[in-house]
Design a binder for this molecule. Sequence first.
Ligand code: SF4
Ligand code: SF4
Length: 449
Amino acid sequence: MTIDRRHFLKRLGLTASTAMMSLDSLTALADRQQSSSAQSAAHDGMTLRTQNRTGERVSLLGFGMMRLPAENQELVNKMVDYALDHGVNYFDTAPIYSGGRNEAATGAALSRHPRGKYFITTKMSNYGKNTWPLGESKKIYEKSFRDLRVKYIDNYLMHGVGQGGMDEFRGRFLDNGLLDFLLKEREAGRIRHLGFSYHGDVRVFDWLIDHNKDYHWDLVQIQMNFLDWRHASLSKGGWKQDADAEYLYGKLEKAGIQVVVMEPLRGGSLAQIPKEYSKQLQALRPDASAAEWAFRWVGSHPNILTTLSGMNKMEHLVENVKTHSPLVACTDAENELLERIADGMAGIPTVPCTTCAYCMPCPHGVDIPGNFSFYNKAVNDHLLPLPETSDSTYAERKERFIKAYRKAIPAEHRAYRCTNCEVCLSKCPQQIRIPNQMARLMELIRSKG
Ligand code: SF4
Ligand code: SF4
């Protein structure tokens, strides 16, 4: 039976008790109640977590839309349909993903389903200084609603706070009155939960959590995986050091703020760990992939609301759904093994690139994530002759490395095109010293073995 919204609200008994609520809050509440039975039916198997303030049940596996090819709407639709059918109900996007097309592709796919069946997270990506004035930031905000085809946003995050330190945070959100505006939008119900995603200068993170009594953050998105738990700062090469995930998670848990995890596989690198470590994992669980181990480690933490996975292939979605349906928590022995592996991996000189491509395009043609992916894989596969130049296999491995590099990266996108212009530096959420790393890669390719 179909009923209109006014009668539906009346049947829920909302008219008197919620007279002070905005229409948007009521719309959201109605959507949720209308679809709650459908949700519980669909979610058999998928591990769910409860959102603190609203009590809503959120899938532990969240769909990071960032890596989906937004121009291929058919694939986006297909993957969104599969995710919803298998209990995934959390979808994360942002105005800057896919060159600005990701929200529209996400909105087109999700709007084919009842609004109460899914939770949408998007962000205020006002990175450019020209977007800092309140009016300009509001344009980004309003466009998100249009592109996503929604009347309310379930989770709205200030995007990438911490990059550029406290000065940039003040410019983007405080001095222009934008945070005050977002708080009012939450009161009005157009934003249902408000929070921020964090990368970079930990002083910004600390300031925001220390002011939680003023802002009442509903959720915070951080990078967390078994390597960054205790080795995030080590891996950044000592430049503007980031805080370990253990610190961030601990502080959020203490403050009663739920955590959304990004980069559980550290840009895919934890799905392809060095062989000596993957063998140790296989000895305990012969059929489990390295990715499954990494997801299980993250999901074993109780204050995680959802773990985002940036899936762009159906096979990854199918595997990740399986891992989370239901998620089997890591035992103490398994946690200890992963801790030992993390200690070992922290000594390997990979670049902590997550292949997010925020740094792109490079004005000089360098394929930054492509170069770093190649390098990391070479390190993990022991293709790179580091650092023992006296090793008898050094020259042979070096030649293989150079050949493989030339095959993998076209000449116009290679590291040597880097002019050290530093355009990419401030865009990298991992704070990688990109030109320095390109110079290191060039050295490896050029130097005589
Ligand atoms: S520093 Fe190098 S990699 Fe970065 S934008 Fe400039 S040329 Fe490209
Ligand atoms: S270098 Fe930084 S911004 Fe560029 S793809 Fe890697 S993590 Fe992303």
